[in-house]
Each structure stands twice: as structure tokens, then as C-alpha cells.
Design a protein around this ligand. Structure first.
Ligand code: ATP
Ligand code: MG
Length: 259
């Protein structure tokens, strides 16, 4: 089986992380993939929060790299030690091993600019890392920094989440524009409409058709779900959402089209 890389993106607050964690639940339940890597590339939000696990800054790539930069400045490494291998081992060290998947929290990256060489190496290491997994799923902020990556472009697929707002539909267009500008050719681009009323589905379909992009497909719409709210606000693990939950049933059908 080829390794797959699927990124979830969309406007802030539309439900990217929620639908990504439920996708993860589906992947685990379906047993279609042996090794799953989750990358939380959103510096503001933690997948950890959604799965009831507290993750602090020094357990993130950003945290490790901040530390590493200080160590490099203090010349704590022998000058001939290759930077790549130090970074690589630090990133492997950041991987959190969960029961059924591995999680990489990117966290905030500090001190950009003069350290961009470090940041580039980080990107490359992550690309290499994802090749060790059958599937990698990425929670990607709409800031789109992630999309400027050069590697893996033709194997990656993109899921854009939207809610019933003009703003989030506008974000779909912006994401499509940017991927086009940086020549990032996703194999497939899917839209999932979250917290979306049935009667607006045709409207959205129409909007998406008007975007006139060959490999862009509306996968389905997901209703608002009170159980999801409850689990979220009480800090419980979203992976424990009941298999009988109606929204999960709907999502299973949607995700089945995806993989
Ligand atoms: N289908 C749904 N039904 C009910 N609540 C939902 C649903 N989808 C998402 N939510 C809730 O909406 C809020 C935002 O969701 P989430 O954090 O997944 O969005 P996000 O796009 O990842 O946000 P951010 O851009 O801040 O990372 C959360 O409180 C989540 O529980
Ligand atoms: Mg999020």
C-alpha cells in the first residue's frame, strides 16, 4: 500500500480538528491502515485537547527546536556534528506514541528569520518521517504556511472544511488560489461541510461547481451534534464518541469515500 498524506484545512473554527479526530477514529476502527501518524500543524490548537491529553510546549517540535537553537548558540554540540541528524533525532524524540497512532505536535516555532535553515530541515524530516507510516493526517491551519512545502506534493490530498458561512466558502477559494500560486498540485481536493443544514447543500454544491476545478469534490455534509459539543466542553476524549452516534455514522460514509 502506498503511504497517504491527507491534510485538513479551512477557516478558523469550522471544525477541522474535530473532523480530523473523527477521521482518526474511523481509521482506527476500520483497521485499514497499520501505522497512523497525526501531525498537529496548528500552533494555536492542540489535538491533545480533543483527545483528553495535555501536551506542553517542550513536547512540541517548536519547543524542542527553541531548546536546540539555544544549545547551538551555546555551542553545546561539537562543530562537526551534522545539524540534520541532531534535528532528526530531536523530532523522533517529540513523537508521542498513543495506543493506535503516533502524534507529532508542531507547536509554535519561535525565532524564525535567521533560523530558517533549521525550519527547513524540520520540514524535510517530517516528510521523511511520514514515509514510515501507511497514512499521515495533518491538521493544517488556514495560514497555509504548510502549503509552501515542496515535498510530497503530488501524493498529498487535501480536505477543506467549511461551515455555512460566506467567509468559510471564501477561505476555500483562497486556499485553492494559494495552492495554485505555489504550484501545489494536490491529487484530490475534497470539501466537507460541517454543522451544515441540509437545505443549503444545493447552494454549496453550486458554489463549488462554479469554482470549476477538476479534482474538487464535495464529499458530504455533517450536522451540528450536541454530543460533540458536550465531549469538547468537558475535555473528554473525542475518540470515545459512541460508534452509534448519528453524526459518526454520517462521517463514516463520507470517510469511506475518502479512503
Ligand atoms: N459537527 C459539530 N457539531 C457540534 N459541534 C462541533 C461540530 N464540529 C465542531 N464542533 C465544535 O466547534 C468548535 C470548533 O471546532 P474545532 O476546534 O474542531 O475547529 P477548528 O477549525 O479546528 O478551529 P481552529 O481554527 O481554532 O483550530 C469546537 O468546540 C467543536 O466541539
Ligand atoms: Mg483546530
Amino acid at each position: 500500500m502506498n503511504s497517504r498524506i491527507i491534510s485538513f484545512s479551512g477557516k478558523g473554527g469550522v471544525g477541522k480538528s474535530t473532523l480530523l479526530v473523527l477521521f482518526l477514529k474511523y481509521l482506527i476502527d476500520s483497521k485499514k491502515f497499520k501505522n497512523i501518524l497525526v501531525i498537529d500543524a496548528d500552533p494555536d490548537a492542540n489535538i491533545g485537547d480533543l483527545i483528553g491529553r495535555e501536551i506542553n510546549f517542550n513536547q512540541t517540535v517548536g519547543g524542542k527546536m527553541t531548546d536546540l537553537k539555544k544549545k547551538i548558540l551555546r555551542r553545546e554540540f561539537p562543530p562537526n556534528m551534522p545539524k540534520n541528524s541532531i534535528i532528526e533525532s530531536e523530532i523522533f524524540d517529540t513523537l508521542l506514541e498513543m495506543d493506535n497512532f503516533d502524534l507529532l505536535e508542531m507547536g509554535r516555532s519561535e525565532g524564525e528569520g535567521c533560523y530558517c535553515s533549521v525550519n527547513n530541515v524540520v520540514k524535510n524530516v517530517i516528510d521523511t518521517l511520514s514515509q514510515n507510516y501507511d497514512i499521515t493526517i495533518i491538521d493544517s491551519p488556514a495560514g497555509l504556511e504548510h502549503f509552501s512545502r515542496k515535498m510530497s506534493r503530488d501524493v498529498e490530498e487535501l480536505v477543506i472544511i467549511t461551515d455555512p458561512s460566506k467567509m468559510s466558502i471564501h477561505t476555500i477559494k483562497r486556499i485553492l488560489e494559494i495552492t495554485n500560486e505555489v504550484n501545489l498540485n494536490f491529487k484530490n481536493i475534497f470539501v466537507i461541510a460541517n454543522r451544515f443544514p441540509e437545505h443549503l447543500k444545493d447552494f454549496l454544491s453550486n458554489e463549488i461547481n462554479k469554482m470549476n476545478i477538476k479534482n474538487l469534490t464535495l464529499l458530504g455534509i455533517v450536522p451540528n451534534d450536541n454530543n460533540i459539543n458536550e465531549i469538547n466542553i468537558s475535555g473528554k476524549n473525542l475518540l470515545d464518541l459512541s460508534n452509534d452516534n448519528q453524526t459518526y455514522q454520517i462521517l463514516k460514509k463520507i470517510y469511506n469515500k475518502l479512503i
